[in-house]
Design a binder for this molecule. Structure first.
Ligand SMILES: Nc1nc2c(ncn2[C@@H]2O[C@H](COP(=O)(O)OP(=O)(O)O[C@H]3O[C@H](CO)[C@@H](O)[C@H](O)[C@@H]3O)[C@@H](O)[C@H]2O)c(=O)[nH]1
Ligand SMILES: [Mg+2]
Length: 239
């Protein structure tokens, strides 16, 4: 629709090699679809020089399209979104990873889905339709499936992929959800969906292929798994 603007929040930690290509593909996708856009990069003082790359990208694409909103240290994904939201100028917000696990080519499908049902949220799903996961070992697959199974059973949020983070939000919806979401680690994604349901927001789903990163390493560790279990428990007793 005329007047719509899409703000992509891209949290980065050591994504120097991925950032130029993901930005190129985002720009291309938005230009080809004649959409108004911006990318907000939240870099947490990556030691690999991600911010230097981001500054080059600002020169290339312009300040109206690329914003760098860095923080002084590695403060985690959840707070990165909260931080970025202060700078969003679009009426829609897209949250995605910078490491190609989330491919920009899905964005037009998210937008189409959003328009179809006037959804508050459209979430990418690896666990419905022709969605899938590629490149994970058995352990990581089991952790992801287990996390989804547990939260679905206990909290019943009627979404097939609770832990993914590739999502499109109406900006006011995201603001409302973030205001009441408490967790900070990986569990954040799941809590956001559960909170959205408790607010009566509508959610559409689009199947996506999640491909594990080529460069660098995932930041998921044992602490995050414990944090997730605690998060499910806290929501179970509170929502
Ligand atoms: N600013 C900032 N960015 C971060 C931080 N930690 C990770 N990131 C960035 O956040 C994105 C995802 O981080 P990964 O480390 O690649 O996560 P993952 O293990 O692949 O997990 C992904 O899949 C999970 C579901 O299976 C998701 O729950 C998770 O949010 C993410 O999408 C990447 O762009 C990474 O640079 C941080 O502390 N600060
Ligand atoms: Mg990743």
């Amino acid at each position: 629709m005329a007047g719509d603007k899409y703000s992509v929040i891209l949290p980065t930690y050591n994504e120097r090699k991925n950032l130029p290509i993901i930005t190129y593909l985002l720009a291309k996708t938005f230009q080809e679809n004649k959409l108004d856009w911006e990318v907000i990069i939240v870099d947490d003082a990556s030691p690999d020089g991600t911010q230097e790359v981001a500054k080059q990208l600002i020169k290339l694409y312009g300040e109206e399209h690329i914003l760098l909103k860095p923080r002084a240290g590695k403060l985690g994904l959840g707070t990165a979104y909260v931080h970025a939201l202060n700078f969003v100028s679009g009426n829609f917000v897209i949250i995605m990873d910078a490491d190609f696990s989330h491919h920009p080519e899905s964005i037009p499908e998210f937008i189409k889905k959003q328009k179809e049902g006037n959804f508050d949220i459209v979430t990418g799903t690896r666990y419905a339709g022709n969605g899938g996961v590629y490149g994970w070992d058995l352990k990581r697959k089991l952790v992801s499936r287990g996390a989804n199974f547990l939260a679905s059973t206990v909290l019943n949020p009627r979404v097939s992929d609770l832990t993914g983070s590739f999502r499109l939000y109406k900006k006011p919806a995201l603001e409302k959800i973030i205001a009441i979401t408490k967790s900070k680690g990986y569990v954040f994604q799941m809590e956001m969906v559960v909170r959205a349901r408790s607010l009566g927001l509508t959610i559409g789903e689009v199947p996506i292929s999640f491909v594990d990163r080529l460069y660098g390493e995932s930041k998921l560790g044992g602490d995050e798994i414990v944090g997730y279990l605690k998060g499910v428990w806290n929501l179970f007793v509170s929502v």
